[in-house]
Design a protein around this ligand. Sequence first.
Ligand code: FPP
Length: 238
Amino acid sequence: MPKASKIKPLPRHVAIIMDGNGRWAQKRGLPRLEGHKQGGLNARRVVETFLEYRVPYLTLYAFSTENWNRPKEEVQGLFRLLEEKLDEGDEVAREKKIRVRHLGNLEGLPQKIQKRIREAVEQTKNNTGMTLCLAFNYGGRDEIVQAARRMVSDKLNVKKINETTFSKYLYSEDIPDPDLIIRTGGEMRLSNFLTWQSAYAEIYFTPVLWPDFDKKEIEKALATYSKRQRRFGHVEPG
Ligand code: FPP
């Protein structure tokens, strides 16, 4: 496997569905929350790897609008984990100049979490290194509905609504569309992730469970991406 520094082209924006924490724990006879804890540790390693490769935008899907249907203890455990990650992330963000962004609906979240997310976004907004988007309480359809509502409440002229203006009303606003979406854990679907933004993304599915998705696996995903031909609906020049 070539080192990622030798892989060309590298994606500008990688977005990841971090699936398989529960099964990782189950396989070891551990509670599901232990799987999420290990998943959180891996999220940190993965951020460091993409920093090393100088991928400028990374999005992590940490909590979907559908995850509310999980047992209360698991949901609370995921909230606690996010707080912990944001706390320990403060120093890394300062050191590595990471700009944190939030994709998702803040309003549905507990006040304490809302405050913590707002702080992380505010404190890092002028950082010029990697942009790390945390998709938390995020749903692709919800994002589109919220965008439509805001366009109506802004009384936007119908003639002004096109793909560019629509994109500006999404949570991702100024973030470029993902070039590569990775889903770990073996399922082959996007599960309401970046529904609008994924239109031309390359998708990479791997059976590897999220806590085991290491640097070697990242390099495999990047090498596969670099061999794909992206035509964006065009044909190859003959
Ligand atoms: C899916 O695994 C994973 C989640 C619902 C949560 C992902 C959260 C983390 C990795 C930790 C927090 C990280 C950050 C950056 C805040 P699953 O529970 O659906 O696994 P399963 O399909 O095996 O049951």
